[in-house]
Design a protein around this ligand. Structure first.
Ligand SMILES: NC(=O)c1ccc[n+]([C@@H]2O[C@H](COP(=O)([O-])OP(=O)(O)OC[C@H]3O[C@@H](n4cnc5c(N)ncnc54)[C@H](OP(=O)(O)O)[C@@H]3O)[C@@H](O)[C@H]2O)c1
Length: 285
């Protein structure tokens, strides 16, 4: 039995699909009853309803599990506390390997959500819980949010300079690697960067989208203050807006991306490239 937290999110659902593909029994943690039905129909064998910080819910989740895939919710204001609750639950359960969904370059203090994951990694090292840590790059699937404007208006609007170079990874490759790692205890104590080695400027992303769609798409930088005002109007909290603004500034200044060697070795094939992903997106995938 493999346990998965954050299972109803986009990462969790991708991991569940891969584990189901491997015919593994999966127990998921969700906090809303309607999410239980969705994940059961996606193949989860067992659903625990509860909060990620509740020791009783975590004990139910880990009962009889050989490993847990721990996904902290995106931009959670207390990620280290959430991880500490999971570490404590793993210690109490005994013999559970903790596979932690971190992020590429958690060592980046200028991005608070990355820095929080570094602290979580440290908490895991300091426990005596067997672990594996995966550090994925930004997902190619994030481009879905920009796709309606790219297709309808031919504009790819980003809150950083269009020369900013970013390397993205296909979430399906991340999920496939995660499933392989969960099912093979030889990965215990491994820390793996999951990236492709590509870095594209936003001008190049727009050109690749244009190629995939067969019509023009241009990249355009939007003012970050305007971006923040729109994000707040759409209900994003001040804390999350601040973190994302810092991330955009960091991206613009330094770029962001990793190396594809480890992911290729895990998958036994090269990771998906951005042109391939965009072609699939344009074809409705
Ligand atoms: N997006 C990227 O490019 C990227 C790249 C690398 C790493 N990551 C990391 O991937 C992780 C997952 O991101 P995601 O976008 O897939 O996650 P997400 O959409 O935020 O999903 C998290 C899930 O956890 C649930 N949840 C929230 N708080 C909970 C709580 N207290 N107890 C139980 N469940 C709770 C949410 O339920 P509700 O629906 O009820 O809120 C949601 O179903 C994040 O840590 C992020 O930093 C993301």
């Amino acid at each position: 039995m493999i346990a998965v937290t954050g299972a109803a999110g986009k990462t969790g659902q991708a991991i569940l699909a891969q584990l189901v593909h491997h015919e593994v029994r999966v127990r998921v943690l969700v906090r809303r009853p309607e999410q239980a039905a969705v994940l059961t129909s996606a193949g989860a064998a067992d659903v625990v309803l509860g909060d990620m910080t509740d020791p009783a819910a975590l004990a139910r989740l880990l009962d009889g599990a050989s490993a847990v895939y721990h996904i902290c919710p995106n931009l959670h204001p207390a990620e280290a506390e959430v991880t500490q609750a999971m570490v404590t639950a793993c210690r109490a359960a005994g013999a559970v390997r903790l596979v932690y969904h971190s992020v590429l370059h958690p060592q980046t203090e200028a991005m608070p959500h990355h820095w929080a994951k570094l602290r979580s990694e440290e908490l895991i090292f300091q426990s005596d819980v067997p672990f594996t840590i995966l550090q994925p790059a930004a997902y190619m699937q994030n481009l879905r949010a920009y796709w309606p404007a790219m297709t309808a208006e031919g504009v790819y609007r980003v809150p950083y300079a269009v020369t900013t170079r970013i390397g993205m990874v296909d979430l399906r490759d991340v999920a496939q690697a995660a499933a392989l790692v969960l099912l093979d205890s030889r990965h215990t104590y491994g820390i793996y960067e999951l990236a492709t080695g590509e870095r594209h400027s936003q001008v190049e992303v727009a050109a690749l989208a244009a190629q995939a769609l067969g019509r023009p798409v241009r990249a355009e930088a939007v003012d970050r203050a305007q971006w923040a005002a729109a994000a707040r109007r759409n209900g994003l909290g001040d804390g999350a807006v601040d973190i994302l603004l810092r991330m955009f500034e960091y991206y613009e200044r330094y770029g962001f991306g990793g190396n594809g060697f480890v992911l290729a070795a895990l998958l036994g094939r090269p990771p998906a490239t951005l042109p391939t992903y965009l072609a699939q997106l344009a074809a409705g995938g």
